[in-house]
Each structure stands twice: as C-alpha cells, then as structure tokens.
Ligand binder design. Structure first.
Ligand SMILES: Cc1cc2nc3c(=O)[nH]c(=O)nc-3n(C[C@H](O)[C@H](O)[C@H](O)COP(=O)(O)OP(=O)(O)OC[C@H]3O[C@@H](n4cnc5c(N)ncnc54)[C@H](O)[C@@H]3O)c2cc1C
Length: 385
C-alpha cells in the first residue's frame, strides 16, 4: 500500500521486496485482527511475540549464527514500515530488534551474544532499554540508577520510567552508573534477565494519550544482585559512548514509523473523501480537499525520498548523527501535521475512536518526544552549524 509514486529505492533488493510482501500478509492475518482487543486490554498478547519470532520477523538484521535472519537494516526497515502501514503503531518489536539486539551484537562478549540473541530472535526473550528515570530523560548523564561493584558482581538500585515493553520485557538493558563521580565516563550498560531477579519489580503500566496497547511502564530495582557478566561488554564506563554510537539507527527506526504512518493516513483519507458526500458531491470534489491532499502528498513524497536517502546511507555505514536527527525531527513533525490535516477531512468521524485516523492522531504525538525529543534533535543539528 503506497499512495506515493516513488520508484523502488536501491536499498530494496529483491529479497527485501519479498520480505515486505511476506510481512504484509503475516501482519494482516495474524496481528491486525487483534488490534481492537489489545486496545481494550491496554497490552498486546504475549503470544504475538512468539508468532513474530516464528515468522522470522524479530531480529531480521542479526546474523544467523546468533539465531537472527541474517539480513541487514534494509530488512528491519521494511518490517518496521509494514508495522506502521498496518496500524500497529504501538508495537515494541522495532525497539526489541533494532535497538536492544544490536546493542548486544555490537558490544556484547561472545558468551553474551550466544546467551541472549537466539532467545531474542525467537521471542522467548523480549527486550527493553531502560534509560529514562523520573528525574531525567533528555539529560542522560543525570541518571541516578547505580550498579555498585559487590564481590564478583554488581548490586543494582534505582528506578526507571516510560519503558517500552515494560510489562513483557525479560531482558532489559539498564543504563546505570558504575562510577557516580566520573560523569558520562561512569555510565555502563547492565543487562538484566528479569526472570527470578530478586529485588526487581515492574510498576504501573502507564496510562497514555495514545499508543494504548504499548506496555510503557515503570521499573524498580532494589538491591538486585547481578553477576559480573551482566555488564555489557568487558569494560565499565563505556555505556554513554555505546548509547551515542547507536543513536542514528534508533532515530531512523522512528523516522520509518513516521513515514509509514503518513502513507497510511493519506491512503485512508483518499479513500474516505471519495466515498463521503456533502452538498451533492464527494468531499474530494471540493477544491479545498484536493489542495489539502495535494500539499500532503507533495510533502510526504519529499519526506519519503529523504527517508530512503538516509536509510541507504545508514546501510552503507555513512549516516551521521546530525542527518539522522534531521530525519527524526522533520519526519515526526510532518507526521503530526499530515495526520492532523487528514483527520480534518473526516469531519466528526475523524474524532471517533472507531476510525483509525483518530487513533493515529493520538499515537502520532509521542513520536516528537521519545528517542530524543525534537528539541534535542535540533540541539544536535545546531552543533554542526
Ligand atoms: C510512550 C513512551 C515510550 C518511551 N519509551 C522509552 C524507553 O523504552 N526507554 C527509555 O529509556 N525511555 C523511554 N521514553 C522516555 C523518552 O525517551 C523521554 O520522555 C524523552 O527522552 C524526554 O525526556 P523527559 O520526558 O525526561 O523530558 P525532559 O528531558 O524533562 O524535557 C522536557 C522538555 O524540555 C526540553 N529540553 C530538555 N533539554 C533541552 C535542551 N537542552 N534544549 C532545549 N530543550 C530541552 C525537551 O525537549 C522537552 O520539551 C518513552 C517515552 C514515552 C512517552
């Protein structure tokens, strides 16, 4: 489904196109029929993760030797775009496959990779990344959660909030201070296997403006005893650099969701305005409707071309943080703008929950906030001036 007439980008090789079609069919039959129930329950079914794993749609970019599908970020990207096109805005799989698993792949020891990646690929383990705390989000250096050396391991104390997959995750990468006096050099990534972890507690599944079935949650750590092998990699104090190095990918994941949701909003709206009538003609026959959608389609096309350019560069290893920040900020702003304009063309029905555009409007808002706020994106871009 695309209303944009854009030639297939070079990064979409034949096997990527096949994966796109396979993903579309799988999502339509296995996940989309459950969205309404998940919205009611405020969480998706745990089994949906196993289904995604069995279909090869988790960890598509992780090498086969670690249980992944052996693809690249191109494969991840088409899966993520299909999630957005299918209306699975709240799904935590892109974070699981595109953020948590790559941290382990890039920075983990051989033992850590072998222990965790195959289980992430099947869905036996669900990943989370716990950076934000009640007192700090944008300013990561301000984290208070601590991992103190104790005997041969660590003792973890602190709390996190707004954590995606917070109820289901059983493998959580926790940003913690191993040396509270060393500034950003005192930050390490600690990997917590939550099953049977004494002192670990999940807090509330937070009620939100949108993304109703995302299990965004609080997490608490009280004297959680961990082995030395819980430290990601083999040296303390690397956490901040590890986080910063992976930011372009995190930003592109959000940008892909944005462009996918834009394309879906346009498709839904074009269908609707052709059906709905007022003053004896279809809504699309009003010049205002045509101009609104002509502008939206133009901007969406520009957005998609820039998105594809960034994906291409990232796959080839050349996407810098500044350009990725532009994609995250600009495309999520555009998403909010276009979804709002589309909703207006639905009239009162656009405000009704049973019309997907209404949910898309609510879901869109957070895209400008998480994965680094759009203001932080501009701070980063401005540093390059
Ligand atoms: C649904 C959802 C899911 C999330 N998932 C996760 C997750 O899985 N893991 C995780 O760790 N976090 C997650 N987050 C947290 C998210 O990343 C943070 O909310 C975000 O980084 C902003 O941090 P904050 O909320 O503390 O806002 P603050 O940092 O307090 O910012 C408040 C305001 O000040 C602005 N601001 C801050 N610093 C500057 C500056 N230097 N210049 C200009 N303006 C500035 C911000 O842009 C913002 O407008 C999630 C959040 C939500 C809502």
């Amino acid at each position: 489904m695309s209303v944009l007439n854009i030639p297939r980008p070079a990064w979409m090789s034949e096997d990527v196109v096949l994966l796109e079609e396979q993903t579309r069919r799988f999502l339509a039959s296995e996940l989309v029929p459950h969205i309404d129930r998940w919205n009611e329950n405020g969480i998706m079914d745990r089994q949906a993760w196993d289904k995604l794993g069995a279909a090869g749609l988790l960890c598509a970019g992780i090498p086969e030797e670690y249980g992944g599908a052996g693809g690249s970020f191109a494969h991840e990207t088409v899966i993520n775009r299909e999630f957005a096109l299918a209306g699975l805005d709240a799904i935590g799989a892109p974070l699981h496959s595109g953020i948590v698993a790559p941290y382990i792949l890039r920075y983990g020891t051989q033992e850590q990779k072998q222990r965790w990646l195959p289980k992430l690929a099947t869905g036996e383990m669900i990943g989370g990344i716990a950076m934000s705390e009640p007192g700090t989000g944008s300013d990561l250096q301000g984290v208070k959660t601590s991992a103190k050396r104790s005997g041969n391991g660590y003792v973890l104390n602190g709390s996190k909030t707004f954590i995606t997959n917070g109820q289901h995750a059983n493998l959580i990468v926790v940003v913690a201070k191993t040396d509270p006096d060393a500034g950003h050099k005192g930050i390490s990534l600690i990997v917590l296997e939550t099953d049977d972890a004494a002192g670990f507690r999940r807090g509330r599944k937070l009620k939100k403006l949108g993304m109703d079935w995302a299990d965004t949650s609080e997490l608490f750590f009280e004297d959680v005893k961990l082995p030395a092998e819980a430290l990601l990699g083999d040296a303390e104090g690397q956490g901040f650099i590890q986080l910063m190095s992976d930011l372009p990918q995190e930003r592109m994941i959000v940008a892909t969701a944005a462009i996918g949701m834009i394309e879906r909003a346009l498709a839904l709206t074009i269908d609707y305005v052709k059906e709905r009538k007022a003053f004896g003609k279809a809504i699309i026959d009003f010049q205002n409707t045509q101009f609104e959608l002509a502008e939206c389609k133009s901007e969406a096309t520009i957005g998609r071309v820039f998105h594809d350019h960034c994906i291409e560069r990232h796959i080839n290893g050349g996407l810098d943080t500044v350009t990725a920040s532009m994609a995250k900020y600009w495309l999520t702003d555009l998403q909010n703008k276009i979804v709002d304009r589309c909703l207006q063309l639905f009239g009162g029905y656009g405000y009704m929950d049973e019309y997907p555009i209404s949910r898309m409007y609510r879901d869109a808002r957070v895209q400008r906030i998480y994965a680094g706020t759009n203001e932080i994106m501009k701070v980063l871009i401005a540093r390059s001036l």
